[in-house]
Design a protein around this ligand. Structure first.
Ligand SMILES: [Zn+2]
Ligand SMILES: [Zn+2]
Length: 326
């Protein structure tokens, strides 16, 4: 009996102690290079399946991850007849979340669809509609879904997430709540992911509230603040597409360092004021390569974010293929 109780205590403790997130970056840029477009994998520490957060580039990121040792669980013994890349996207990606239907967030999904197995894609109603009507329509691509236009190949089920409703995300062991974001006329979304009592926020493309004439970010900061205060928010992935050299009227629904810092300042104020965001991991995504001579845009963006970082958040710049624990 005592042994049983001890075992139960140990199990309880170990799941609590392990309740964090593993993130693998499959694509970290916001355009131009088709081999490195926005896509991240996230999984609960105590689960085997990942949730894909957008799917701009899947295979190129998986290959880089394998080369860097980011998938130590994938051995010859488990992959069978499959190449490890195929095994990872078929078997280890349990479900997809698509923040909005822009091509740089879905291209990888369209390309692997013919070799994928049945799974669910989670997205806002607008995104589900666009995927059905404008991609899986037998004109730009076969209909790999189980609904919509023409013959249905039935690989993917597109599940609509209503704002602020908690959804169980397939067999990943994660749950998620969707929040709308404003992205220059396109509806984008943030997914607040939970594992046990820990949370992680994934932002699709977004502009600042002031420029988008929106309060979507403000409302998100209000909901994230208590999680920050209770030390339950393990991190966030959010975009900074361009540097401060890009004028406000040319941001087209994206953030630059100045606007990200302004938005994070609001979260700091709601979370208890100065110092409340100290060491919070903020992973910067969707940097648009400038393709010009001189300093690369990621170097400039990094400098500008660090210069203005009186919040003392921990800016993280993940490389394609890299794995980190949060
Ligand atoms: Zn994008
Ligand atoms: Zn976009």
């Amino acid at each position: 009996m005592l042994k049983k109780i001890l075992a139960l205590c140990w199990f309880g403790y170990s799941t609590l102690a392990l309740a964090g997130f593993e993130v693998v970056a499959l694509g970290v840029e916001g355009g131009v290079n088709s081999a490195n477009l926005t896509a991240y994998l996230i999984r609960a520490d105590n689960q085997t399946q990942y949730l894909a957060l957008d799917a701009g580039s899947l295979l190129p990121g998986i290959s880089k991850g394998l080369a860097q040792g980011s998938f130590p669980q994938v051995t010859d013994a488990v992959t069978g007849d499959d190449q490890p890349e195929r095994y990872i996207f078929r078997q280890l990606i349990g479900s997809y979340f698509i923040s909005h239907p822009h091509l740089d967030h879905v291209a990888g999904l369209l390309l692997v669809a013919p070799q994928d197995r049945k799974k669910t894609i989670y997205a806002a109603a607008d995104t589900v509609q666009t995927l059905h009507n404008h991609y899986f329509n037998w004109k730009v691509w076969p209909n790999f879904t189980d609904a919509g236009n023409g013959a249905r190949l039935g690989i993917y089920r597109l599940q609509t997430m209503r704002p602020r409703q908690r959804v169980t995300l397939g067999f990943t062991g994660l749950t998620g709540v969707l929040y709308p974001l404003s992205h220059a006329g396109t509806l984008s979304s943030m997914l607040l992911i939970s594992n046990e009592n820990q949370a992680f926020a994934y932002f699709g493309d977004t502009g600042a509230d002031a420029l988008e004439q929106s309060n979507h970010l403000e409302r998100i900061w209000q909901d994230l603040a208590p999680l920050v205060q209770q030390k339950r928010l393990k991190g966030m992935i959010i975009e900074t597409s361009v540097s401060n050299q890009v004028a406000d009227n040319a941001l087209y629904g994206h953030l630059n360092p100045t606007w990200l810092l302004k938005e994070l300042k609001k979260l700091e104020q709601l979370s208890g004021g100065a110092g409340s965001l100290q060491d919070l991991p903020v992973i910067i995504s969707h940097i648009k390569p400038s393709m010009k001579q001189g300093a690369a845009s990621d170097v400039t963006i990094r400098q500008q974010l660090e210069q203005g970082n009186d919040l003392a958040v921990k800016f993280v710049f993940m490389q394609q293929g890299e794995r980190q624990q949060f």
